[in-house]
Write a protein that binds this ligand. Structure first.
Ligand SMILES: Cc1ncc(C[n+]2csc(CCOP(=O)(O)OP(=O)(O)O)c2C)c(N)n1
Length: 379
């Protein structure tokens, strides 16, 4: 395994002067080290992977350095446009090192949403003509590799990439002490419970990528509630609110509720404007704000430093409530907001605290779709 510290120090010695990206579970230890070791001027968590390429380009233009951009391979899609139309040698020629967590590597068991992405990741890089290699777990090779990567990025004036397999990085040598979440905050799954307790059986629910979908699923099992109205978004982070928008536009017979995360909402924040300006919609957008990317290691988002409710109001959501923290208030607000013309918005502040034994839905995405659409398309 490779030491995150040794890896970063070798890159820094070779000319990497800035790090940005979106956290990934395979890169969790690298992210933890970077977050603890680098000052804010040298590391920034971006809203999405394309934005990270943009930030890195700006830093390169200002300093001449070679930034490192880290991401999960599912974020490669978000980054394709700025990689090809900004950083590419035939456009502005921005030298970058891309560190890409390789979920769904062929031969390694992974969740359905990672399988196709994992299979085509090398081919995507090839199609984009981005030179890449798989990161070897041999620590002795790190200094030469780092120098090589930076040289190659500079020579071609463009991105170079490394794919990172599962368990390549050793535990971080330093990590920021876990922040003590305010004791009054509910655990995220308790907030999920408070929301679902107030939902009419007819409601359609779209839950976002990661733990929130899994917690909704477990809550339905625990409370013996029907799950046929739940769409559990396993991939496409940041798009649940738009899936819910499409559902609400196409069928206003039942309320559509999006259970969103702060990281996901921030990733494609423009979607809130489309919802808010979308006219009359039987739609409730709930953001469970834990101020972090809880599902992939708890790396911070900026959601506790900004006003999500202010954004929702400014985007044109009709009724906006929160931030709320207490279960009874949450259930009451959900009932109230569903009784008013939408689109409406509710922010709930929570702490993640996922259970170690948090399960995964036993239905595949295709089965989830089939059950969900059968219920929805009833006459
Ligand atoms: C495009 C993309 N980038 C990164 C990821 C990896 N990822 C999965 S869940 C997640 C964090 C989601 O954070 P948030 O929406 O705040 O929900 P939380 O996990 O905190 O409940 C990330 C970064 C992904 N699935 N897709």
């Amino acid at each position: 395994m490779i030491s995150p510290q040794a890896f970063h120090q070798a890159l820094a010695a070779a000319g990497v002067n800035f790090v940005t990206g979106v956290p990934d579970s395979l890169l969790k230890e690298f992210c933890a080290y970077i977050d603890a070791a680098l000052p804010p001027a040298q590391h920034l968590i971006a809203a999405n992977e394309g934005a990270a390429v943009g930030i890195a380009a700006g830093v390169h233009l200002a300093t001449g350095g070679v930034p490192l951009v880290y991401m999960q391979n599912s974020g490669l899609g978000n980054a394709v446009n700025p990689l090809l139309s900004l950083a590419d040698p035939e456009v502005y020629g921005i030298p970058l090192v891309l560190l890409i967590g390789w979920r769904g590597e062929p031969g390694v068991k992974d969740e359905p949403q990672h399988v196709q992405q994992g299979r085509v990741s090398p081919a995507m890089l090839e199609a984009m003509e981005i030179p890449y290699q798989v990161l070897s777990a041999d620590s002795a090779a790190v200094p030469d590799l780092a120098q090589d990567l930076v040289n190659k990025a500079r020579e071609r004036s463009g991105p170079v990439a490394i794919l990172v397999r599962k368990k390549t990085f050793a535990p971080a040598e330093a990590r920021r002490p876990a922040k003590t979440p305010a004791a009054e905050l509910l655990r995220r799954e308790e907030a999920v419970e408070a929301v679902t307790a107030a939902l009419p059986a007819a409601a359609t629910v779209v839950a976002t990528t990661g733990h929130i979908s899994r917690e909704l699923y477990e809550q339905r099992l625990r409370a013996n509630q029907d799950r046929a109205g739940d769409f559990l978004t396993v991939g496409s982070m940041g798009h649940s609110s738009q899936i819910a928008l499409g559902l609400a536009l196409a069928d206003d017979r039942q309320p559509v509720v999006c259970l969103d995360g702060d990281g996901a909402a921030l990733m494609h924040l423009g979607g809130l404007a489309t919802i808010g300006a979308g006219g009359n919609l039987n739609y409730l957008h709930v953001v469970l704000n834990n101020g972090e990317h809880g599902s992939v290691g708890g790396q911070p988002t900026v959601a506790m430093e900004i006003s999500l409710t202010g954004i929702a109001r400014a985007c044109g959501y009709r009724s906006v409530a929160g931030p709320l923290t207490a279960a009874e208030e949450i259930s009451r607000a959900v009932t109230d907001l569903l009784a008013q013309p939408g689109p409406n918005f509710l922010e709930i502040q929570v702490r993640s605290a996922p259970r170690a034994d948090l399960g995964r839905p036993k239905e595949s995405p295709a089965e989830n779709k089939q059950i969900f659409t059968q219920r929805l398309r009833r006459p």
